[in-house]
Design a protein around this ligand. Structure first.
Ligand SMILES: *Cc1c(COP(=O)(O)O)cnc(C)c1O
Length: 374
């Protein structure tokens, strides 16, 4: 049996007529940069997220960049975030001349450990960027309390968490703003790049709307220097079609995850730990696995795709060497980079495929029982 890590064609097949019609409408209108299709998607995604403003932008990276710009992050400022995330979380901070300050993660949720944040706060700290990794919202209450006490802004990196819920509230509502990505492999994927900023703050929404179009307001009058962070009309149209199905796709991922949990409960691998106040959307189903690299090879030999998110923590990346971190500074993130493995979890998988992946994992550990201690 073949089980790819992700099969975007399987999803496309289920919606292709509707998507083609939506793209065709944009072609007829020739409104390719922002325009009515983007405006309609913004209204619908704002309603879905339960948020006052949703501002379509060119990518998740640009959502972070525009948010940091709008919140006034400037050279010399410090921004606290996690080293166990996609590069863009910290890359966008550095692009503004600010300094990412890394705080190690919690070994169960893989998200920033709130208890370790406060000692890293200095008089230069301006912001915290918690990342809702793999579809599970970071523990926001302690983070928001801390931010209030120290007068810091909070930007949620919710690129992997559209539709995820904590204490009944959807991702993108907790911080000053939330940043989402519609990179094709995300739970809500565009046909190219796309992103979104959510906020409940009217002033901030206005600033981000201006910033995504070079800071102009009205046209050809510039009060601040922004960029070209616009979302394409075609992407808005595709995303608006897909948004209708996001709830059921996320629900299927949750069902797949529950199946994996059950099959792997007595195995040497650690299955995802979801905090009781969270409803995870499983952007990834990520296990902590002894002999990870050998397991990944064994899965590949048996037709099963998997991936390592992420093989190297950000504080040890070459481009951040001037920040002065070294091996051992973030022991949990460093250990996870050597042990995590993400399994196929996309909506269109069958229960038979999930069972096959789980049985293959069990088979690997049975074969290697003597060598493996976890
Ligand atoms: C995907 C992702 C981004 C960047 O989004 P792009 O749309 O690829 O620019 C940022 N942060 C996290 C956590 C992501 O997973």
């Amino acid at each position: 049996m073949q089980v790819p890590l992700l099969d975007l064609k399987a999803q496309y097949k289920t919606i292709q007529d509707e998507v083609k019609r939506a793209i065709d409408n944009v072609c007829e209108s020739q409104a390719f940069a922002l325009g009515p299709a983007v405006a309609q998607f913004e209204r619908n995604v704002a309603a879905y997220c339960g948020v006052k403003h949703a501002i379509g932008v060119s990518s998740g990276t640009d959502a972070l960049l525009a948010s940091l710009m709008a919140l006034g992050i400037k050279p010399g400022d410090e921004v606290i975030t996690t080293p166990f995330t996609f590069f863009a979380t910290a890359g966008s901070v550095v692009r503004l001349g600010a300094k990412p300050v890394f705080v190690d993660v919690d070994p169960d949720s893989f998200n920033i450990d709130p208890a370790k944040i406060e000692p890293q706060i200095t008089e230069k700290t301006r912001a915290i960027i918690p990342v809702h990794l793999f579809g599970q919202v970071a523990q926001m209450k302690p983070i928001l309390d801390m931010a209030r006490r120290h007068n810091l802004v909070v930007i949620e990196d919710a690129a992997q968490a559209i539709g995820a819920v904590q204490d009944g509230v959807k991702a993108g509502n907790f911080g000053d703003c939330g940043c989402f990505s519609f990179y094709p492999t995300k739970n809500l994927g565009a046909f190219g790049d796309g992103g979104l900023v959510t906020t409940n703050n009217d002033g901030l929404a206005g600033q981000i709307r201006a910033l995504r179009d070079h800071g102009q307001k009205p046209r050809y009058f510039y009060h601040v220097v922004g960029g070209n962070f616009r979302l394409d009309g075609i992407q808005g149209a595709v995303l608006d079609v897909k948004l209708k199905y996001l709830g059921q796709w996320n629900e299927k991922r949750r069902r797949h995850a529950a199946l994996y949990d059950r099959f792997l409960s007595d195995s040497p691998v650690k299955t995802p730990r979801i905090n009781a106040n969270n409803r995870c959307i499983y952007h990834q189903y990520t296990i902590v696995a002894p002999e990870r690299d050998k397991l990944q090879q064994f899965l590949a030999d048996n037709g099963i795709g998997s991936a390592i998110f992420y093989p190297k923590p950000l504080h040890l990346q070459d481009c951040f060497s001037d920040l002065g971190y070294s091996q051992g500074d973030m022991p949990v993130a460093e250990r996870l980079c050597g042990e995590v493995l993400s399994l196929p979890i996309y909506a269109e998988l069958t229960p038979e495929q999930i069972e096959y992946v789980a049985r293959t994992i069990l088979e690997f550990y049975e074969k290697n029982e003597d060598e493996i201690r976890c």
